[in-house]
Design a protein around this ligand. Structure first.
Ligand code: SAH
Length: 259
């Protein structure tokens, strides 16, 4: 059954809901209240309806609504499980320079749809942002996580990307492991075209994108010293919030993930 056309179609089309990791017992699961409310009160789903559930850790199940009660209680009977549902073969990290008034939400939304596994907000030399106080930082992180979860459901993948706290550029670059292809995007004559970057079915790739005002020459130098390749997308300069998703799309396409 697992690879029949019906199964594939269901996994592509059926309404998709998030469940808390480890909430499955004996092939049954109760949807979290917000998801249950959405199923009953917004989507008007009823008993017997076929659905897909994901746990945010790369697991998906095909199942059906076994029972509903009130406005938000939905019990699902699970039929079969799929590991890494909707996930790319590569683990992509997108590290993006923060700017003031910068729409990191938009980067998280679009990057998630394109298959990013990890987002790293970078504080760079030209970022001009102040580190938030811990409460504000938590509020923002919660918001980004909400945006990411909505994007995970809408694009039908099963892994919730990790979103780290803001990290200083030097620190991030200093921790890059030399085995992982790392690309720093920088519009300069010294940068190479993406086509000329060797990417031989890597299991991980790191992408580093600057803030609105770009990287300083010494930041690019530091990254190169750590083994990063500096890459140019040509003479037209993209705004940072466009550059991040465009770069993810180009790299995912290059790795055969968009076909
Ligand atoms: N004035 C800045 C441009 C910043 S654009 C500068 O000259 O560096 C914001 C970020 O998007 C850049 O730091 C880079 O990472 C990426 N980017 C935008 N357009 C690019 C291009 N044509 N080539 C390479 N990277 C680009």
């Amino acid at each position: 059954m697992a690879d029949s056309q019906d199964f594939q179609d269901l996994m592509m089309d059926a309404p998709i809901f998030y469940i808390e990791p480890d909430s499955v017992t004996d092939d049954r699961v109760i949807l979290p209240d917000t998801e249950g409310h959405h199923a009953i009160s917004v989507m008007r789903l009823a008993r017997g309806e076929l659905i897909v559930v994901i746990d945010g850790l790369g697991n998906a199940w095909r199942g059906e609504i076994a029972a509903t009660s009130g406005r938000k209680k939905v019990e699902i009977a699970l039929h079969s499980q799929v590991r890494n549902f909707g996930e790319p073969n590569v683990r992509l990290t997108l590290a993006c320079g923060l700017s003031t008034g910068y729409k990191f939400d938009s980067i998280v939304q679009k990057g998630t749809e394109l298959g990013v596994s990890r987002f790293v907000p970078l504080i760079t030399e030209k970022s001009k942002v102040k580190i938030d106080d811990p409460r504000r930082a938590r509020t923002k992180l919660t918001r980004y996580e909400k945006v990411a979860l909505a994007a995970v459901k809408q694009c039908r993948r099963s892994f919730r990307p990790e979103i780290t706290r803001p990290v200083a550029f030097e620190r991030y670059v200093g921790e890059i492991d030399s085995e992982t292809p790392t690309l720093i995007f920088h519009p300069s004559r010294d940068s190479v075209a993406l086509d000329n970057v060797p990417l031989d079915s890597p299991s991980r790739v790191n992408l580093i994108v600057g803030p609105e005002s770009g990287f300083s020459p010494s930041e690019v130098e530091t990254a190169r010293d750590r083994g990063a390749i500096s890459v140019s997308l040509g003479t037209r300069i993209l705004r940072a919030e466009n550059a991040g998703p465009v770069i993810c799309a180009l790299v995912m396409d290059r790795l055969g993930e968009l076909r």
